[in-house]
Design a protein around this ligand. Structure first.
Ligand SMILES: Cc1ncc(COP(=O)(O)O)c(C=O)c1O
Length: 366
């Protein structure tokens, strides 16, 4: 008799899943300040909560495809509802895009370091991730990305502003990549939080291989309700609609997103909290001798803490022991780096206090 494992398709048997341990840990330790997952420190607005509660009364009904929401989102960038697909978070979108374009043993080009989900979902779907390191200054290596493309390349993943480096890909460089004609996922998950938000959605008309990703998880603070979306050419959307599971986004998530889009005052409050917190964090971190905070257009700051001479995971464990949870960035040549999510003013001060204590300990041992 065969083992149960032998029935599993090889690429799933061999794939490691995206580790959710950090979230398990955070939920089990609510006393530890969570600054590890680029969540918004503020809860959804009262208007959003009212919408969620009211919609729950219709919870016996299946949702539609969110036509009203797609129309509003499309019009925001000069497109239509037919240029928008909704996902159960943009992670769902990432997955059904992979399912649509990538067959087992096809290649997927990914600029790294970046959001690790592109790589893990590529593997789970049988694709081969081709990781292209950014340059030493953390700018995309456009030449290397273009050279990494082969006849087996079916998808390219780019993220701007990039998680975790916080910087933006210039339009000329993106155009060079789009000119290859390969479906290219441009992740604008942090678009609304940039100092000067700038979208590449206009490139869809010129390059129909452009797919622009967005989410309600960051600027709109709906990470727990799960809703994201992508803009693309109508033909691309029609293929994605075949692949995605019907009713993948709940009625509640759709109504929360509509209410969040309407609540401009709350959007401004959240944006102000993140932008001010980000400036404060960068300023203060750069005052710590030997530490470096990278300028960021996301709700996070990448920190070079390699002066401490410890691996990233150890730095994170020491911060957890002091009551604050941030993310280790040990992979992709970032050993000794950590990433902190911008929190509330109190959370930011708490984190700086704890990081300062680590720095002081280090100085004392020199
Ligand atoms: C670049 C990027 N894209 C997508 C996501 C996932 O967002 P969602 O909650 O919409 O699945 C994240 C989450 O951290 C991210 O950093």
């Amino acid at each position: 008799m065969k083992n149960l494992e032998d029935y599993v398709v090889p690429w799933v048997r061999e794939a490691e899943s995206y580790s959710d341990r950090h979230l398990e840990f955070a939920w089990q330790h609510p006393d530890i300040v969570r600054m590890m997952s680029n969540e918004n420190p503020l809860p959804p607005s009262e208007a959003v909560i009212d919408a969620v509660l009211n919609t729950a009364r219709q919870g016996n009904l299946y949702p539609d495809t969110g036509g009203k929401l797609r129309k509003i989102l499309g019009e925001r960038v000069g497109l239509t509802a037919d240029n928008v697909v909704l996902g159960n978070g943009s992670t769902d979108v990432i997955n059904f895009i992979l399912e649509t374009f990538v067959a087992p043993d096809d290649e997927v080009v990914i600029s790294v370091p970046t959001f690790p989900m592109y790589e893990t979902r590529t593997r789970v779907n049988g694709g081969i991730p081709v990781l292209v390191p950014m340059q030493a200054n953390f700018y995309w290596d456009v030449g290397a990305l273009i050279s990494a493309v082969t006849t087996r390349t079916k998808l390219i993943f780019l993220c701007t502003p990039n998680n975790p480096t916080g910087n933006n890909l210039a339009e000329d460089d993106l155009r060079r990549i789009l000119a290859l004609g390969i479906p290219t996922f441009v992740d604008e998950a942090y678009y609304e939080l940039a100092e000067h938000p700038y979208t590449y959605a206009h490139l869809i008309r010129e390059f129909p291989n452009t797919i622009i990703n967005r989410t309600f998880s960051k600027a709109y603070a709906l990470a727990g309700l799960r809703i994201g979306y992508a803009y693309a050419d109508e033909r691309v959307i029609s293929f994605l609609n075949r692949m995605k599971i019907p009713w993948n986004v709940s009625l509640i998530a759709i109504s929360a997103a509509l209410a969040a889009l309407e609540d401009k005052e709350d959007q401004q409050l959240k944006r102000k909290t993140i932008l001010e917190g980000r400036r404060f964090l960068c300023e203060q971190i750069n005052l710590l001798p030997g530490f470096r905070a990278f300028p960021s257009d996301g709700n996070f700051v990448l920190i070079d803490a390699s002066i401490l001479g410890k691996p990233s995971a150890e730095i994170v464990n020491e911060l957890i022991a002091r009551g604050v949870f941030v993310r280790p960035m040990g992979g992709h040549h970032l050993q000794g780096y950590i990433r902190v999510t911008v929190g509330s003013p109190e959370q930011n001060r708490f984190f700086l206090d704890k990081l300062g204590a680590l720095a002081a300990e280090w100085i004392a041992t020199q």
